[in-house]
Design a protein. Structure first.
Length: 203
């Protein structure tokens, strides 16, 4: 799970924000998404910057942290940090501020992976063609290639979207009403416009 962003627009660390409505008392955004993912994965890794480590260890306890390398590298830094720790594992990626993702969306990704075992990645695509890479499935062999390119500094610019442009990618369409479930909450006004906790969509 990605929690290493600067959260400049929100003004607070988004992964440590506390939900306002029907979740367990005091549950952070990071904890909500860990709970969402836990039935589908053998282990959850949380990607953060090193200066976030103390706060996240206090909030998450024994959940393993991985550290983004460098600054300004975007989601790819977190994805590769997890890959470097678990190089033989495929990775299921989710950003901490995607607070409306449902178990059904995660399950569909995994079901499609079973149908497309040779794919490099699986992600959702909106009706207007916009790709949503921050809820996605990324294979270990594809990540190994990206890691090598990253070590050679040939993968930038473009980040995760560059991977999706060049790899063997399965794009999943979204059903009517699902596009809002992949919205991220980046600024205080986003919270006013759309509660990120509609009847706790992680259940």
């Amino acid at each position: 799970m990605l929690s290493g962003g600067d959260s400049r627009r929100m003004g607070k660390d988004k992964g440590l924000l506390i939900t306002r409505t029907e979740r367990p008392a005091g549950e952070t955004w990071a904890e909500r998404n860990i709970r969402l993912l836990s039935p589908f994965v053998s282990e959850t890794l949380v990607s953060v910057r090193r200066e976030q480590a103390e706060a996240y260890r206090a909030a998450l306890g024994e959940i393993p942290l991985v550290f983004d390398q460098g600054s300004g590298r975007g989601p790819l830094a977190g994805l590769l940090a997890a890959h470097r720790l678990r190089p033989a594992s495929d990775l299921l990626l989710l950003a901490c501020d995607m607070q409306r993702v449902t178990p059904a969306l995660v399950r569909r990704l995994l079901d499609e992976r079973e149908e497309n075992p040779g794919s490099d990645a699986l992600v959702y695509r909106r009706a207007n063609g916009v790709i949503e890479p921050l809820l996605g499935y990324y294979s270990a062999p594809a990540l190994a290639v990206i890691r090598e390119q990253d070590d050679e500094k040939s993968v930038f610019p473009g980040g995760v979207r560059k991977i999706l442009q060049e790899g063997n990618v399965v794009y999943l369409p979204l059903e009517p009403g699902e596009e809002e479930l992949l919205s991220s909450f980046n600024a205080p006004e986003d919270l006013e416009e759309g509660n990120p906790d509609p009847a706790d969509s992680s259940r």
